[in-house]
Design a protein around this ligand. Structure first.
Ligand code: ZN
Ligand code: ZN
Length: 354
């Protein structure tokens, strides 16, 4: 698998007139070389590749890495990188301009590495998932959806946001997850108008809407699901808003199919919210790709240039946020199939009044 992915990377590099590529990102180590460690550098030349790591990870690297040689680097690591680049040769070495620090850039340049800034070289390869990746994403999604259902059954007035967040994290680990995909969002009552409110000290009250945005990691792959539920009967406007968001989310998912422009998925969801008069209250993009990172390509927004292909995994997550009153977001992680979309985070979406 790693060999195929390195071959795909080299094809991409040749197309961009690059002789090699240097990455420091753990998700790239995992994707390109099968390495689970999070420190070091992967140096990929035209017909040689070297994974450099430190003494903490060298034994793991020797056991895991496929398609690349492994070596323990000295201090500073940039010395070893520069030497590998000299040995592999070439005049144009790519790196991710959005991920390399200025310090590393300067050190490599001082040592004569012919650096060329690039964007999204590996991200674009990672956009379309293979069968093995899809199986891991499926499991990550089913753990998150099942654990969230159990959590929703436990929600009671008086319980704090952070208590249920902790319970959810433990439950996901019991179900086989490595850990949470991100700090969970549990936003109750008026805090629901904050799209990224992490779980806090607020206790749930009757009449609250509660938004849960949660996910887990499974063998490095992430999941992402949001459900909003009510405790008792929420204000009439929030019930109306819930139905608008539900309709928008379903319209977004219905627009997911191979060949569709990602921005058309955003437009399909956004149109429903705009027509209901809440366009100004939906400030974020409709979704994002999910994989070895929680946010990766494709981008599902009005500015996206991405076109959907079978094997892409992405979220559809419109929301409406009303300051002082609360908010609603509904999110699924979906797989682009040969015909349309398959929801991986299966869980009810009609408004539940607990
Ligand atoms: Zn989410
Ligand atoms: Zn998301």
């Amino acid at each position: 698998m790693s060999e195929e992915r390195l071959t795909a990377l080299r094809t991409r590099l040749a197309g961009d007139d690059l002789d090699g590529y240097i990455t420091f990102l753990e998700q790239d180590f995992s994707y390109l070389a099968g390495f689970s460690g999070d420190a070091g550098a992967l140096v990929v030349g035209r017909d040689d590749a070297l994974l450099l790591t430190d003494s903490r990870y060298i034994e793991t690297a020797q056991a895991e890495v496929r398609g690349a040689r492994t070596a323990q680097h000295g201090v500073p690591m940039t010395q070893d990188i520069a030497q590998a680049v000299r040995e592999m040769g070439g005049e144009r070495w790519g790196f991710d301009a959005t991920a390399v620090t200025f310090d590393i850039y300067q050190r490599l340049q001082e040592k004569g590495v012919p650096l060329v800034p690039t964007r999204g070289v590996v991200l674009s390869l990672r956009m379309v998932k293979d069968e093995e990746e899809i199986a891991k994403l499926r499991r990550a999604c089913s753990i998150a959806a099942d654990a969230l259902e159990e959590a929703i059954d436990r929600v009671r007035p008086g319980m704090k946001e952070r208590d249920i967040a902790l319970w959810l994290e433990v439950r996901m680990r019991e179900m086989g997850a490595q850990g949470p995909a991100f700090p969970f969002i549990v936003a109750s009552g008026p805090r629901g108008s904050l799209p990224h409110a992490t779980a806090g000290e607020r206790a749930f009250q009757a009449g609250d809407l509660v938004t849960f945005d949660v996910g887990c990691r499974y063998f490095g792959y992430h999941s992402d699901i949001t459900r909003t539920v009510a405790l008792g009967t929420p204000p009439a406007e929030l019930q109306r808003v819930y139905e608008v968001v539900r309709e928008a989310q379903e319209a977004g998912i219905a627009a997911v199919r191979p060949g569709a422009a990602a921005r058309d998925v955003d437009a399909a969801a956004r149109r429903v919210i705009e027509q209901a008069g809440y366009g100004e209250r939906f400030g974020h993009g409709t979704g994002h790709g999910v994989g070895l990172e929680i946010h990766e390509w494709p981008q599902i927004s009005s500015r996206s240039e991405d076109t959907l292909e079978p094997g892409m995994v992405l979220t559809v997550e419109p929301g409406i946020y009303l300051p002082g009153l609360g908010g609603v977001r509904i999110e699924d992680t979906v797989l682009v199939t040969g015909e349309g979309a398959q929801i991986l985070t299966v869980s009810p979406k009609s408004l539940r009044m607990l």
